[in-house]
Design a protein around this ligand. Sequence first.
Ligand SMILES: Nc1ncnc2c1ncn2[C@@H]1O[C@H](COP(=O)(O)OP(=O)(O)OP(=O)(O)O)[C@@H](O)[C@H]1O
Ligand SMILES: [Mg+2]
Length: 216
Amino acid sequence: MCTVISLNNIQKSFGDRKILDHFSCVFKQHQFTIITGRSGKGKTTLLHLIGLLDQDFSGEYLLFGQNIRSLKPSKKDLIRNRSIGFIFQNYHLIPGLDMQSNIMLPSIYSPLSGNPISKKISQRTEDLIGMFHLESLQNRDIRTLSGGEQQRIAIARALLMDPDVILADEPTGNLDESNTNMIMDQFRNLTDQGKTMIMVTHDRSIADRADRIIEL
Ligand SMILES: Nc1ncnc2c1ncn2[C@@H]1O[C@H](COP(=O)(O)OP(=O)(O)OP(=O)(O)O)[C@@H](O)[C@H]1O
Ligand SMILES: [Mg+2]
């Protein structure tokens, strides 16, 4: 299995509070990792750091074999857009946009795009709507959707660009058992297809679906 992410001796503090202390870990292709740990232990902080959303830390981070500190900002933006799918703990959907536009957002903001939405993106959006059973939510105001409905849209959006690395911050936190199982099946399939899956959860009952568990 190819190493995709290598973290060496990572230290992250907020003020004088150490959140990550000499944290080292390797994440590989075809590997589904679950990260768990008490509230406030630094799970979201770690995902943000892996997702290139926070570079204020010490230690070494190699992504696809490259030291992220040597990457130009434009290259980092491109990696974030194309190669990393981030499912945020609070979804971060855009209330003024409909479901399709929310799912298509990564293509609209793509540094390489500047083009009208391609047939490929429209097709992929339709495929994701089917994959996550979102058909009945078309034309609904995003603000009126339930937490679980918004959560599934956020998952679809994170997968739009077919990223190599998927970072999921409590992606099943608002889902019922059947939707949780559906998401875990999709995540397992994506991992088996070669993705690097990193998921934060408090739910011990689904942890056996992963290849390993890291407790922070
Ligand atoms: N921008 C910030 N400034 C100061 N402290 C912060 C900041 N972001 C997070 N923290 C603190 O860092 C700690 C780790 O936060 P983090 O969000 O990573 O926890 P978590 O493990 O994801 O928790 P939860 O399970 O509740 O989501 C918490 O104590 C939090 O209050
Ligand atoms: Mg968190």
